[in-house]
Structures are given as C-alpha cells and as structure tokens.
Design a protein around this ligand. Structure first.
Ligand SMILES: *Cc1c(COP(=O)(O)O)cnc(C)c1O
Length: 386
C-alpha cells in the first residue's frame, strides 16, 4: 500500500543532507564541547557553526542564539525567564487563546504562582485582535507572547505589529516561531522581536533540539541550572549531533523559500478546493489566504475526527484530527473552540500538513479517499440521517 505523510506540522523527516551533516558527530567526533583538548575543540567548532547558521536564518547575532532541548523548553524558558527576571516590569503576562500548550500550560502554571495572565481572543479566522492587545497591555506587563503561526489552523499572526505595541509599552515580545520558520520570512532585528522559539524537528532537523533567540541586552532567569554551557545560561552537555543537524536543516529551510512555498501552497489549495467542492457540509478552518503554505484544516460535519483519522490511516494516509482524543482527552481543540466552532463541528476536524515532499498525485488520492471514507462514515451516522 502507498503511504502518504501529511502530518508535517507534527514532525518532519530528517533529510539526507541533514543526516549526512550529523553522522560524523554520532561516530568519530564525540568530544565534549566544553573540553579544552582537540576532541573537545572539534565539537565546539561544530556547535558554533550551527549557532551561526541559526543566527543567519533569522538575522540575529550568533551570541543571541541559545540551544535548548526542544521547542517546548524554549517556550517555557521565554515565559518563565521573563516573568522571573529581576528587572521584570511586573506580574502581568499577555498571550493568546490559541498558543501551543508549551505556552498555555506554562502560563497557567504561572497564574498558580501569582502571575496574572490575559489570554487574547482571536477572530473567526484565528487572527489575533491587535486592538484587544492595545487594551490589555499595562505598565506592569512583563511579556507579550504571540505565536508567529498557528500549528493547528495555520493562521499567520501580525507579529511585527504586536511587537511594536509591546515595545511601545516597554514589555518584552516573544514569539513561538516553531511553525513559521522556513515558511514565512523572519528577521528578528527588523521585526523588533526580543525572544523567539524554534524546534529542529519541524523543519527536517532532528527531534529533541530547539533554540531560544534572546536579543542582546535582554536578561532572563535561567530555566535549567547546571554547568557553564550556553554562556552559563542553559546547563547541560550539548546535544552535539542534533545541534549540527538543526544548523544544516535551518540553512536549507530558509533557502529557496519562495519557490518551495509556492509549490507547497499550490498543493494545499488543490487539496482544500477538492475537499470543499466534493464533500458537502465541509468548511475550511483558519485564515482563507493568510495561512501557512502547507496547512489545510477542514471540519466535516456529522463525522468524528478520530474515526476519519483511523479510516485514512487504513488507506495509508497520515494526517491529524482536531480533537485531542489520542492524548487521552476528549475535549475538542482549544484552537477550534477559540475561532468559534461548536464542539460538534470541532470534533469533525482534520489537519493535513504538507511539505515539498508531497505530490499532486498524493493530494488527488487523498481527496478521492476522503470522499469515499466520509460517504461511508456518514452513511452510518444517525446524525447525518436526520
Ligand atoms: C511542535 C511545536 C512546539 C513544541 O516543540 P517541541 O520541539 O516538539 O517541544 C511548540 N510550538 C509549536 C507551535 C509547535 O508546533
């Protein structure tokens, strides 16, 4: 059976050039980057090359790049580090209702610790309301955290404008750019971003490595205490091979961006149009145009997302459902509820996340399979019969 992978927002494949860059650091070059001998110096050199590659991709200085254990750690560090910072402006934090759980659950924890958090609403397309940000921001707002693009519905956020508002009020601005990198151009200097999170495995790098960009001059509390690694700010022996792989992967991700994303967007639009035209009572979630090139999120009425997901899996297609049943919770996605979907509609949602490795043939097969599977599932649905 053909196997089709359309779950690139969950994770991506390590590509050959990335693996090749990593291999020496899993075998012959095994020194500890902190060691002063030749083995250590060789490892250190590789870490610093990767740091330069990441910095160049977002127009930062290498000294502003800190390697972390994952995107989640970078998000935790940004929020907690800014909240606990000795020079924090106060105990108020602003974020949005549609952030990744790495931000939302951290914000909720901070609330328990006595911080006050404002969760900005979004409109029907999932765009954050800048007027609401202007109303919410206060003299004691320490940090504003707004994701660059949403992982579920693909909506791209006005982070340049949001950063300007934060700056005007003296608050730090953080963005979770885990999904946006390689898709949208990101220039931290030009966009006046103070803190930015990345994750290696979302752009063909390895899992278990991330980055927090910290603008020079910004003081964060440490999240991980330990040795003097990462200029004493993040203890722990560097994940050498993964850092090297992420450096190579980000270099590729930001090269040839326009052409690659135009191709991915053409596949996405073909998929969206095919599904909406051929399956009645289907809607697109997220912004109709201002969305990630690879994201297609649709709700299919009278269908359980989980049943649809399993049926597609049996036909060889890997996607993701909008409900979070697999993670042990029956609650529909907080993102889909935030854009105003009812529980019922949110439960019938599917996310297809494409990249440059997908083909037109795969898209057409997916549309045909969806038509067939939805018909079969609806035929069995008592809701649909009515
Ligand atoms: C995947 C993801 C994360 C978490 O990154 P990990 O490296 O998997 O911990 C954070 N934010 C967004 C938007 C993501 O898509």
């Amino acid at each position: 059976m053909k196997r089709i992978y359309m779950d690139n927002a969950a994770t991506t494949r390590i590509t050959e050039p990335v693996l090749e860059a990593m291999l020496p650091y899993l075998t012959n070059v095994y020194g500890n980057p902190s060691s002063v001998h030749a083995f250590g110096r060789e490892a250190r050199k590789a870490v610093e090359t990767a740091r330069r590659q990441v910095a160049a991709a977002i127009n930062a200085q290498p000294s502003e790049i800190y390697f972390t254990g994952c995107g989640t750690e970078a998000d935790n560090w940004a929020l907690r580090g800014a909240a606990y910072a000795k020079n924090a402006k106060g105990k108020h934090i602003i974020t949005t209702q549609i952030e990744h759980h790495a931000i939302l659950h951290t914000a909720e924890q901070l609330e328990k610790e006595g911080f006050e958090v404002t969760y900005l609403p979004v409109d029907e397309h999932g765009s954050v309301d800048l007027e609401a940000l202007k109303r919410a921001i206060r003299p004691d707002t320490a940090i504003v955290s707004i994701m660059a693009a949403n992982n579920e519905i693909g909506t791209i956020q006005p982070i340049r404008e949001a950063a300007a508002i934060a700056k005007e009020h003296g608050a730090l601005f953080h963005t979770d750019a885990v999904q946006a990198i390689g898709c949208e151009k990101i220039d931290v200097k030009d966009m006046k971003i103070d803190l930015l999170s990345l994750s290696g495995h979302k752009f063909h790098g390895p899992k278990g490595v991330g980055v927090l960009y910290v603008r020079s001059g910004v003081r964060l509390e440490r999240l991980i205490q330990g040795g003097a690694q990462e200029r004493t700010q993040r203890g722990g022996t560097e994940n050498l091979a993964s850092i090297v792989g992420m450096g190579k992967a980000i270099e590729i991700a930001v090269s040839n961006m326009e052409e690659r994303n135009a191709y991915i967007a053409s596949l996405r639009d073909r998929l969206i149009n095919g599904l909406l035209e051929r399956i009645p009572e289907t809607r697109l979630n997220g912004h109709p145009t201002n969305r990630l090139s690879g994201n297609a999120n649709v709700s299919v009425r009278y269908i359980e997302g989980e049943s649809l997901l399993l049926s597609l899996d049996m036909k060889g297609i890997a996607a993701s459902s909008g409900s979070a049943c697999t993670s042990g919770s029956l609650d529909p996605s907080h993102v889909l509820l935030a854009i105003g979907l009812s529980h019922e509609i949110a439960h019938g949602s599917m996310r297809f996340s494409l990249n440059e490795e997908n083909t037109i043939e795969e898209v057409d097969y997916t549309i045909d399979t969806m038509v067939e599977v939805v018909e079969r599932l609806r035929a069995m649905s008592p809701l649909y019969a009515r």
